[in-house]
Write a protein that binds this ligand. Structure first.
Ligand SMILES: Nc1ncnc2c1ncn2[C@@H]1O[C@H](COP(=O)(O)OP(=O)(O)OP(=O)(O)O)[C@@H](O)[C@H]1O
Length: 344
């Protein structure tokens, strides 16, 4: 292979489609390439098809049509255990009555690997995730973070090329969730594997992903690094779904303006869009203002740094002028029939 040969994608989806018996299309002919050794988050509202996509990659759900390639190998019809993928589930789904060691060794036991070999491999993996000293503990005797590491070791024992994570953090309390996501990111880089993580949380996806895949109604709306998706949303849906944006109808068509890119001034002070403050929410480092555009039912949100708010404290009922720099009004690219969704 010469230096210019592109590396095969860790996972490539080609026109992947899932139609359930009742006729509804859960995943609608999606094309996607996921780069090797990357953290990819599938993100979207409930029902957009992200879990179905993950389950098809895992082999836990049949495909209606299309192909799934793992490092250029067509795995579409292979059983789950033969694909080179492993799955980590919500809340880690450890067996409560088994020790950490037996949890990790479990799938080797199912494969008929002898006891000495499987326990040795399980112990080695627990050492790798810094859990060797707690191998005999049961899940109930471990912290959330320790349980996550056992779940990771359990998923890794089959030596997958790609780890699939289905909302692994969603059942945790907010504090632990933030700690655990930092750990997941650390382990992905440390192990040099590709992680594909399904979440409905924009914040989680932005914190974790090298590549975000935003889905809606079974289709891919946008693929890209978090910074690009946030600053250059490909559609009105992405701008609204990612949050932090106002979608405004201007003479140039619809534009997205970040709520921290809108300037406020008292209404008598110049030209701009006239609005009335309806809500003031103190959030610590910033203050979030809700406004109604005068003469319309449209709402706008504006985020002010705390210091700016202290200098000019606005209150519900105040009339203000809204302005933004022209380069901070993001227009949407024309809609393509077939979304281009290449991340590798
Ligand atoms: N077994 C099934 N039979 C019929 N329809 C299904 C089945 N599983 C999922 N669906 C439908 O397929 C669509 C996509 O579902 P999917 O679970 O992939 O969405 P999701 O984005 O993961 O949502 P959530 O975040 O709520 O889990 C939904 O409309 C759902 O109702």
């Amino acid at each position: 292979m010469d230096d210019h040969t592109p590396q095969p994608a860790a996972i490539e989806l080609i026109a992947l489609t899932k139609r359930y018996a009742q006729g509804s299309v859960a995943v609608d002919s999606i094309d996607l390439r996921i780069a090797p050794n990357s953290y990819c988050c599938l993100l979207g509202p409930s029902g957009c098809g992200k879990s179905t996509t993950l389950r098809m990659i895992a082999g836990h759900e049949s495909t209606t049509s299309g192909d799934i390639l793992l490092e250029n190998r067509n795995i579409t019809s292979l059983p789950a255990a033969a694909r080179g993928t492993a799955m980590m589930f919500q809340s880690f789904a450890l067996f409560p009555h088994l020790s950490a060691l037996d949890n990790v060794a479990f799938s080797l036991k199912m494969k008929g690997v002898d006891r000495t070999t499987r326990l040795k491999q399980a112990q080695d993996l627990l050492e790798r995730v810094a859990m060797g000293h707690l191998a005999q503990r049961k899940p109930g005797e471990l912290s959330g973070g320790q349980q996550q590491r056992v779940a990771l070791a359990r998923a890794l024992i089959t030596q997958p090329r790609v780890l699939l994570l289905d909302e692994p953090l969603s059942a945790l309390d907010p504090f632990l969730r933030i700690q655990m996501r930092a750990e997941l990111r650390h382990w992905q880089k440390e192990l040099g594997l590709t992680f594909i993580h399904v979440t409905h949380s924009q914040e989680e996806a932005m914190a974790l992903a090298d590549t975000m895949v935003v889905m809606n109604h079974g289709r891919i709306e946008q693929v890209g690094p978090p910074h690009t998706v946030y600053n250059r949303p490909a559609s009105e849906f992405v701008a609204r779904f990612m949050g932090g944006h106002n979608v405004l109808d201007t003479t140039d068509g619809k534009v997205a303006v970040r709520n921290d890119h809108i300037q406020l001034a008292p209404a008598h002070s110049g030209s701009g869009w006239l609005a009335t403050i309806s809500d003031v929410e103190y959030q610590g480092t910033y203050v979030l203002l809700g406004l109604k555009l005068n003469g319309t039912d449209d709402s706008v949100s504006v985020m002010l740094p705390e210091a700016a708010f202290v200098q000019q404290p606005y209150a519900p009922g105040d009339s203000v002028n809204l302005t933004w720099a022209p380069w901070q009004a993001h227009t949407f690219p024309p809609v393509l029939d077939t979304p281009v969704a290449t991340a590798a």
